[in-house]
Design a protein around this ligand. Structure first.
Ligand code: GLN
Length: 214
């Protein structure tokens, strides 16, 4: 079949970086900010940014229910950071009234790493990525995954010393990448660090899903 069309939810956040990453991998990627545009894509990337803002704008643009319906119907989706929050079934430290699209059977804690380590970088083992080399991960006011349901695969965790000069601490070992079926989420931002392998993994998931239907 024709190459699948990947959308990037373009309500707020680092949309351009995801579009560039996907273009670099040679796929057609397009910004999605209406129900009609959502209808034209086979899969969706939800960028990093601010999940409360995206949730409010999704409501304003009439996209929340259409997004939920597409995800429920099996559309592959990948969320980075705020996008992970939007794909979580449950939240800790949500803003008042904040809702998600859901789809991944996890509880995600917003801004989990705390003020001292607002933003940090770490090399993570992420064996599902091509060539198996660690990935350099950029975390910005990032969430972590507090618990996972039975159908969720844990793909990466924070290593034992998450930030320079820190030994262990509450972040050590926290789950920061998960997959459930054709839904993928990372607490960090591969679109900012320039490593295309998480997006490449997502494209493999999209291909599998499209072929599975064919
Ligand atoms: N803390 C942000 C939120 O709750 C996520 C931060 C990010 O995407 N870099 O949406």
């Amino acid at each position: 079949m024709a190459q699948p069309v990947i959308g990037v939810l373009a309500l707020q956040g680092d949309v351009r970086e995801h579009l560039e990453m996907l273009a670099g991998l040679g796929v057609t990627a397009t910004a999605v900010r209406s129900e009609q545009q959502l209808g034209g894509v086979d899969a969706l990337v939800i960028p990093g940014g601010e999940s409360t803002t995206m949730w409010r704008l999704a409501g304003t643009f009439g996209l929340l229910d259409p997004l939920r319906e597409r995800v429920r119907a099996g559309m592959p989706a990948y969320g980075s950071c705020a996008g992970m929050i939007l794909l979580a079934d449950r939240l800790h430290d949500a803003a008042a009234g904040q809702q998600t699209i859901g789809g991944i059977d996890v509880t995600v804690r917003r801004n989990a790493f705390g003020r001292q380590v607002d933003s940090f970088e770490a090399d993570l083992d992420f064996p599902a990525l091509a060539d198996g080399a660690p990935i350099h991960a950029v975390f910005i006011r990032a969430p972590w995954v507090e618990d996972v349901g039975a159908g969720v695969e844990v793909l990466a965790r924070v290593p034992a010393a998450p930030a320079a000069g820190e030994e262990g601490g509450p972040a050590a070992g926290r789950i920061v990448a998960v997959r459930q079926g054709s839904l993928l989420a990372t607490s960090f931002h591969p679109e900012l660090s320039g490593d295309p392998r998480v997006h490449a993994l997502f494209l493999d998931i999209v291909t599998e899903s499209v072929e599975g239907k064919g």
